[in-house]
Design a binder for this molecule. Structure first.
Ligand code: XMP
Length: 508
């Protein structure tokens, strides 16, 4: 698939450039500012380069343009700081602008230039700069956009290098999509980044890389590892060893659903290993949330290693790492952070396997699309997030088998009622938490002294912030009623009405 890469000079809008290109079906990702000619040669079908904006001024920044990249003979578009870098390289002068420009501003453009093809001669563009650019006479350089003060906000050089001082990637710029489409045309890039092609290409790449070797993968029950497993299974069949470590901290029917979906329907040879006793023993008496998390993480790794040791001829470890995992684990472009993140998903760094991460260039919605192509059902693909440490961080205080069973039953009732009342699309995450508060109640003629259970339902976009879900009182009442009647050990139900921040979504 043809690619246009984005070199990262630190602008807050960088991910938007990548997203714009992908939405127009061109494969793209961020590369660090140290990206070299040799790095570029390793990328198949590289059709164009975009230099991003940045927070610095060219005169004071150490981030520069690697002019060897010109030897690639692919079109280059510099945006804001990226334009300044190109201007500097082409002997333009960068000065402090008399008037810095921030926000929407009317610009005039030369719409005979390919980058402004089919656009009107003036429109609004999003500015965020404090420098200005001037060029001495240079017949190869054309000024193709100016602002209301007649200052240069766009130039082209020999119809293969373009600079725009404004941000075409931002929605506030008119004709944002058209400008990117024009650049894609200039690059001659095929818009073939569609998920069917992605699946086909990846399968081919995986086969070439893995050959007849074996690959182990931790199937967590989440979407990413599931899609990764299916892609590998399609490529190498039963040379994939998907391992499900049952830590005993899962929701009711989790293991059964996994078997039904992956083993019976999708024919994966999942190795299911029950380590719940090991987890319970190691968590015995532990109450501190961070210690619990550490124990669960470490025990998971130990158990995974144990299973891996049973197979003698494994060469690769596959992980469902996503593009956002990479970006979040360290800004600065895809190639720079690839090495530092490979315990994303909680797997060990020191397993002596080569790492294979076929989804690492995809966003979550694209992973779901791939999952759909590979036969995963919608209910699974759009399920609510579930944390790696499972119910272990939803039991306040010590974790016991008895508490896990109580929580599992209550949580199952909540999930069933959310589904029955068609609320799954309205609530981003919904679950129960077993508090360590016991209180007095009365059932029949008897006094009870049981746990209070908290229900947490939130709306959110990405889990970074959240608000509590305003659930209908009748539905809430019914859920509470069912829980206290059907689950032995709970005599009180509380509804959490805090947002994040100041609370978090999970309790531990
Ligand atoms: P918090 O509690 O930080 O949760 O507001 C935000 C989102 O992250 C999920 N979460 C986790 N997911 N491993 C995960 O895979 C974890 O250790 C973990 N902790 C929290 C949480 O469920 C929510 O969606």
């Amino acid at each position: 698939m043809d690619k246009i890469i984005v070199i990262d000079y630190g602008s807050q809008y960088n991910e938007l450039i990548v997203r714009r290109l992908r939405d127009l079906n061109v494969e793209s990702y961020l590369c660090p500012s140290t990206f070299s000619y040799e790095d570029a040669l390793k990328i198949n079908d590289l059709k164009g380069i975009i230099l991003s904006g940045g927070f610095d001024s060219v005169s004071s920044s150490s981030l520069s343009f690697n002019k060897d990249l010109l030897k690639l003979n692919v079109p280059i578009l510099g945006i804001c700081y990226g334009m300044e870098l190109l201007s500097h390289f082409l002997n333009g002068q960068i000065n402090k602008a008399k008037n810095s420009e921030y926000g929407r501003s009317l610009i005039n453009v030369d719409n005979s230039s390919p980058i402004f093809k089919n656009l009107p001669s003036s429109f609004n563009a999003w500015m965020s700069h404090s420098d200005s650019v001037t060029f001495d006479n240079n017949e190869d350089i054309k000024i193709i956009a100016t602002n209301k003060n007649k200052e240069v906000v766009g130039f082209s050089y020999k119809n293969s290098i373009y600079g725009l001082l404004f941000h075409p990637e931002v929605n506030n710029t008119d004709f944002s999509k058209e400008i990117f489409l024009n650049f894609i045309d200039i690059c001659g890039a095929k818009r073939d980044f569609i998920m069917d092609n992605f699946v086909e290409t990846k399968i081919k790449e995986i086969r070439e890389e893995v050959k007849d070797k074996k690959v182990i993968l931790g199937l967590s029950g989440g979407v990413d590892s599931a899609v990764c497993a299916l892609l590998l299974h399609k490529a190498i069949g039963d040379n994939l060893i998907p391992v499900f470590i049952d830590h005993g901290l899962n929701r009711k029917y989790e293991k059964e659903e996994l078997e039904e979906r992956f083993v019976k329907k999708l024919h994966l040879n999942v190795v299911i290993k029950d380590f719940s006793q090991v987890f319970l023993e190691r968590l015995n008496g532990v109450t501190d949330p961070e210690t619990k998390r550490k124990i669960i993480g470490k025990t998971f790794i130990d158990c995974f290693k144990k299973v891996a040791d049973e197979y003698k001829d494994i060469d690769f470890l596959a992980q469902g790492t996503l593009y956002t995992d990479i970006v979040e684990s360290g800004k600065g472009g895809i190639s720079k952070v690839i090495k530092s993140h490979h315990n994303v998903g909680g797997l060990p760094k020191d397993l002596n396997f080569k790492l294979i991460e076929p989804l690492k260039t995809l966003y979550k919605d694209q992973v779901r699309e791939v999952g759909k192509i590979l036969g995963l059902d919608k209910e699974f693909l759009y399920r609510q997030p579930f944390p790696g440490p499972g119910l272990g961080i939803r039991i306040i205080g010590e974790i016991t088998k008895e508490k896990l069973d109580i929580l599992r039953e209550a949580d199952y009732i909540l999930r069933s009622e959310v589904k029955n009342n068609h609320l799954t699309n309205d609530i981003w995450q919904y679950f129960c938490v077993l508090t360590n508060l016991k209180s007095v109640g009365v059932m029949g003629d008897n006094r009870t002294y049981c746990y209070a259970l908290a229900i947490r339902c939130v709306t959110s976009i990405d889990g970074m912030t959240a608000d509590f879900y305003k659930m209908d009182y009748d539905i809430l009442g019914k859920i509470a009623n069912r829980i206290v009647n059907e689950v032995k050990g709970i005599n009180r139900v509380l509804y959490d009405v805090t947002s994040k921040p100041p609370s978090t979504i999970e309790y531990e």
